[in-house]
Design a protein around this ligand. Structure first.
Ligand SMILES: [Zn+2]
Length: 432
């Protein structure tokens, strides 16, 4: 069956505009309306859907097209909630689904209702074309991703693992863009993981009128300066080694053999640097009770994101060595956090399918394994043994990418169209 793409494009645009009008700001979320909206479209086509409600008003929707069972399922996963809006900084309404100059505006347009619609369309098209599927094609739209997934993917993994029993999964997190005239398709096969650290400095309390040499706040400040000036170097993981090799091959980066130039390039590109180093940022400091009382105890919290393969305890010890002060305790802020999932392979059928799909759309596409520097729901899927990748098809402009969690969030009509076509193409390659 040949697909009437202009009609599909119009359909996708209309669905996304309606979807953006559903306010799923998290907190509180209220994602049930979004689940019912997406589920309603699937049901209208005769696709069996199922809802589950981890919390009142916070439903998820799940749909499955049955395959012949010769391969294990492919899961298309997305989240229905969005981050809050600072209305005063928006020049377009955030929940109206407005289209201006080829851009579809609204909170969630790029994170990630647009991608959710691409996935929905792929399922609709696979169903309409009656594709002979060798594996189940599963659609899952969950709440609560933006607030830690307690009532979303984490709940699914704990309470309804049957919904994500899949060999492969695609979810948000990595977006193609143009680099020096070439189209770069990063497929994030792993992600960094959080390992916040707390510093607790202890000094001697006393009256503000005296001369003191043991102020816990001064001690803490010195430690923070040492940490800020700490050069943690550049580290290559298996995926970033290949990332660099493929970019070098395309003439977009110095080769690994030219270490000096390569390291300089990585340091220069601030957006790239977190893929090659553990990050550390002071985000909270707490000390003092009164202007004339020396604080006996001062605390700082550091947001730290570690590369795949690192360990939280090794990291804590490295921070402790830099702090180098017996009067400052260096602790893991979340000691009970689960260990990060094992690395996900990238020499897989799904990687190859995305690569072929990207190359069929753009001959010069540079397809590279990558990692997401922030957390996505894929971390739960990977821990459950699913080969989960982050990839949102399209060619996104810097402006579009900047609207991620920003003001005047938008996706271009063109990217929505391209995204629908590529998602369907990937599904077809994977499932038939
Ligand atoms: Zn998101």
């Amino acid at each position: 069956m040949s697909i009437d793409w202009p009609a599909v494009h119009a359909e996708a645009e209309a669905i996304l505009r309606d979807y953006l009008r559903i306010d799923t700001t998290n907190p509180p979320g209220n994602e049930s309306a979004a689940a019912r909206f997406l589920g309603g479209i699937l049901e209208a086509e005769g696709i069996a859907t199922e809802y589950a409600e981890p919390q009142p008003g916070r439903a998820l929707v799940h749909a499955r097209l049955r395959g012949d069972g010769s391969r294990r399922p492919l899961l298309l996963g997305n989240h229905t909630d969005v981050v809050p809006v600072e209305e005063e900084y928006w020049t377009v309404p955030a929940f109206a689904g407005e289209v201006r100059d080829g851009r579809i505006y609204g909170r969630g347009a790029i994170d990630m209702k647009g991608c959710g619609v691409m996935q929905l369309i792929a399922v609709l098209l696979a169903h309409r074309a009656r594709l002979p599927l060798r594996r189940d094609l599963v659609f899952l739209a969950v709440p609560d991703e933006e607030a830690g997934s307690r009532w979303g993917m984490r709940w699914v993994i704990e309470q309804r693992p049957d919904l994500v029993d899949a060999e492969y999964a695609l979810n948000e997190g990595s977006l193609p863009r143009e680099v020096s005239g070439r189209r770069l398709f990063p497929i994030a096969v792993n992600e960094k993981f959080g390992s916040a650290i707390r510093l607790v400095a202890v000094g001697r309390p006393g009256h503000g009128s005296f001369v003191h040499e043991d102020n816990s706040m001064v001690r803490l400040a010195r430690a923070l300066v040492r940490l800020a000036e700490w050069d943690r170097g550049i580290t290559f993981t298996p995926e970033t080694q290949t990332y660099v090799a493929r970019l070098a091959e395309a003439g977009l980066m110095p080769a690994a053999a030219d270490a000096g130039a390569l390291h300089a390039t990585i340091r220069e590109r601030r957006g790239l640097l977190p893929m090659f180093t553990n990050t550390l940022n002071v985000t909270m400091v707490r000390a003092g009770v009164k202007s004339n009382v020396l604080p006996a105890r001062s605390e700082a919290t550091l947001d730290c994101r570690l590369l795949p393969g690192e360990s939280r305890e090794t990291w804590r010890r490295a921070v402790e060595a830099v702090v180098d002060d017996a009067q400052i305790a260096v602790e893991l802020a979340n000691p009970d956090a689960p260990e990060p999932p094992p690395a996900t392979p990238w020499n897989t059928e799904l990687f190859a399918a995305i690569e072929s799909s990207a190359r069929s759309a753009f001959e010069d596409a540079v397809v590279v394994p990558s990692m997401t520097i922030g957390a996505t729901d894929n971390r739960y899927l990977r821990a459950a043994g699913v080969i989960a990748y982050s990839f949102v098809p399209g060619i996104y402009s810097p402006e579009e990418l900047a609207s991620f969690h920003g003001n005047d969030e938008f996706i271009t009509v063109e990217n929505l169209r391209l995204g629908c076509e590529l998602t369907y193409d990937i599904v077809r390659r994977m499932c038939t």
